[in-house]
Design a protein around this ligand. Structure first.
Ligand SMILES: [Cu+2]
Length: 305
């Protein structure tokens, strides 16, 4: 599963002010849909005119669909100052609205006193709620657990992988979105020191950046408290309607900046990679098979919840 955020002009409802308009003027808004989805834009309770080639016969509506890569202009009148109050303005695909694709259009008139129990900040809070999802994988070579809780700017992640050949990697991180796809993160990581043995578990602090790149690669660049830099790249690709392939490559370098390396070496590295295939049985269940250079090859079931 992926994070799901929508906005207008790159800014979600929770990070904007009202759009102040005057009742004595005509307000004109131009939508440019640069996304690949339709957005039926709705000015709740307030008619507007869709400005098109029909001139004065342009239709009066309160919802207009803006198709991908299309431009639509609307305008509405404040009726010489007769209109007043706040008007909610949003994409009518409700999960776009709830993830931030909304505004409040406000005539510069006093707010209706009957609206006192419904402050605008409630509306804004609703568009920045945390939501959470998890996946659990049980396979013949390993088991894994992933948990993510996210709102527009903040995300908490827990991930743990355990190979039955006694290899463990687990981390807890907090990340902060500075941009739609770019974030900084910090956290704690635990892993076994010696391959195939749980006798010695090392815990390090980690910090770095994460970026969902063009072509949807997950990039993670970090350094741990033993001053070992690491880069990893992963990607999942749907190749048939129910079948996805996935892979991950991770390279960790150790220049001996913190702990001295054995045998007078001045450089060590560790490569971790895996690749696999997943078949979606339903919304909640998948069959998976993978090879991981720590855990070996195997297959099993994964559950999303
Ligand atoms: Cu939308």
């Amino acid at each position: 599963m992926n994070r799901y955020i929508w906005s207008m002009n790159g800014v979600p409802l929770s990070e904007t002010d009202d759009i102040k308009i005057s009742g004595k003027e005509i307000t004109r808004i131009t939508f440019n849909n640069l996304t690949m989805m339709h957005h039926p834009m709705h000015l709740h309770g307030h008619f507007f005119r869709v400005v098109n080639e029909n001139g004065e016969y342009s239709p009066l509506k309160h919802t207009v669909n803006v198709a991908p890569m299309q431009e639509v202009t609307i305008e509405f009148s404040g009726n010489e100052g007769d209109e007043h109050g706040d008007w909610f303005f949003h994409c009518h695909i409700l999960y776009h609205m709830m993830s931030g694709m909304a505004r409040v259009v406000s005539y510069e008139t006093p707010r209706d006193p009957r609206m006192e129990e419904h402050p605008v900040k409630h509306l804004i809070k609703e568009a920045d709620e945390f939501y959470a999802w998890s996946t659990l994988e049980a396979a013949s070579h390993m088991a894994s657990f992933n948990f993510v809780a996210s709102n527009i700017r903040n995300q908490f992640n827990i991930s743990a992988e355990y190979g039955w050949n006694q290899n463990l990697e687990a981390e807890v991180t907090y990340e902060r979105y500075l941009h739609d796809y770019f974030r900084v993160f910090g956290g704690v990581k635990a892993e076994n020191e010696m391959a195939d043995s749980m006798d010695d578990i090392s815990t390090t602090a980690i910090a770095g950046i994460r970026f969902l790149t063009p072509y949807l690669f997950n990039l993670d660049v970090r350094i741990d408290s033993k001053l070992r830099p690491q880069i990893s790249l992963s990607r999942e690709l749907l190749i048939f309607p129910r079948t996805a392939i996935f892979g991950r490559y991770e390279y960790q370098a150790d220049f001996g900046w913190a702990d001295s390396l054995p045998f007078g070496n001045n450089y060590a590295n560790e490569v971790t990679w895996n690749a696999g295939v997943e078949y979606f049985l339903s919304r909640d269940f998948s069959l998976m098979a993978s090879y991981d250079n720590r855990f070996g090859a195997g297959g099993g079931l994964s559950v999303r919840f």
